[in-house]
Design a binder for this molecule. Structure first.
Ligand SMILES: Cc1cc2nc3c(=O)[nH]c(=O)nc-3n(C[C@H](O)[C@H](O)[C@H](O)COP(=O)(O)OP(=O)(O)OC[C@H]3O[C@@H](n4cnc5c(N)ncnc54)[C@H](O)[C@@H]3O)c2cc1C
Length: 336
């Protein structure tokens, strides 16, 4: 069913900067919806390096990237943001004061838009197989949304990182059989999970194929029947399979934002740094997605940009109101 959300501000991107934008907007009394194509908040911090330590977040001598996302979520909770996750923002209509966005089945109305889209939408890296599209969505997937879909199926999992190994283990109990295909002998995944995968192999539930690569898919009418593997200097191998799950990482791209008529340079959105205003009135930018002379792609830069964007948002939403700098020591934050 189509959901309609109406807020003062729509924030495209739930990375650290998009999340902190909720705080800065909230201080000025504006409510926000935050939309992200990923199924979770946190942007690059949660998706790419949740367990890596960050040392340049002010007042945290060290914080794990995943913990930073959790802390930001907690910090903005009093402002009650609404989240739309797992859907890419695609279309934009309207003008400052009256914008309409769509993200999947959701329609979002907002007076101001803040694009905090970081490196852009993350899309899965795909293997170079000519008939891949014939099976995408029916037998070939790049993420697992419902585990049960693979119950009693023979599944080929391709990749050597955490996602591939985690899913090989997680699906180990429900699939008929799992084949894991990786182009190297060693896996770039948590040691404990690699060990669990090897235990499944010993139990006869899983077969490892290394060093092998995907070569061909065979099947009919969108139904996959075989996955052919190749090995440099060796013989091909054909596996009977119902599904193929590819975990080769994610590639960022500007995606639909490139069609919004915004000024773009170096695959980023041009903003005026004193206001964070893009070339389209009412659409502001913040964080890694923005480009201006001297721009630094750091989380702390993005946090400061969000404070500036909030000031500009006030000039659009309440043009008659004089901007007054707020010290949170005096204002506090709303009680939850
Ligand atoms: C390995 C690694 C280590 C790093 N270490 C540090 C460090 O130590 N210190 C530091 O300051 N920075 C570090 N960075 C950089 C830091 O992660 C980025 O500066 C930060 O994530 C930018 O935050 P952001 O909110 O602007 O964008 P992102 O974190 O990229 O989030 C943007 C979000 O927007 C979403 N999005 C994009 N387009 C759309 C759309 N059309 N619809 C819906 N959603 C969309 C994306 O899915 C994404 O979740 C590191 C980066 C990496 C990869």
């Amino acid at each position: 069913m189509n959901r309609v959300i109406e807020k003062d501000v729509a924030i495209v991107g739930a990375g650290p900067v998009g999340l902190f934008t909720v705080f800065e907007m909230g201080l000025l009394g504006y409510n926000c919806v935050v939309i992200d194509s990923l199924p979770q908040i946190g942007g690059q911090c949660s998706e790419l390096y949740p367990e890596k330590p960050i040392y340049d977040i002010p007042a945290y001598p060290m914080i794990l990237a995943g913990d930073l996302s959790d802390k930001l979520e907690e910090q903005i909770k009093p402002f009650n943001p609404e989240y739309v996750l797992g859907d890419e923002v695609t279309t934009l209509e309207g003008e400052a004061g009256n914008f309409t966005l769509t993200a999947g089945e959701t329609t979002i109305k907002a007076k101001v838009i803040v694009v905090a889209a970081g490196a852009g939408v993350f899309t899965p890296r795909k293997p170079p197989i000519s008939n891949l599209a014939d099976f995408e969505g029916s037998a070939v997937f790049y993420a697992v949304k419902k585990k049960d879909q693979f119950k009693d199926k023979t599944v080929v999992i391709a990749g050597g990182g955490d996602s591939a190994v985690d899913w090989a283990v997680a699906l180990g109990d429900i699939c008929k059989h799992i084949h894991v295909v990786h182009r190297r002998d060693d896996f770039r995944a948590a040691e404990a999970t690699v060990q669990k995968m090897k235990d499944l192999e010993k139990a006869g539930k899983l077969t490892l194929h290394t060093p092998y690569q995907l070569k061909e898919l065979n099947g009919e009418n969108n139904i996959l029947q075989e996955v052919v593997l190749s090995q440099r200097g060796g013989e091909d191998k054909t596996l009977k399979a119902d599904n193929l799950l590819c975990f080769f990482g994610l590639v960022p791209s500007l995606g639909p934002l490139a069609e919004w008529g915004l000024g773009i340079a170096k695959k980023k959105i041009i903003v005026e740094p004193s206001t964070m205003q893009t070339t389209v009135p009412g659409i502001l930018g913040s964080g890694d997605i923005t480009e201006y002379p001297g721009k630094l792609d750091l989380i702390l830069t993005g946090f400061a940009e969000s404070a500036i964007a909030a000031k500009t948002a006030q000039s659009i939403i309440e043009p008659e109101k004089r901007f007054k700098l707020i010290y949170t020591t005096s204002s506090g934050v709303p009680a939850e």
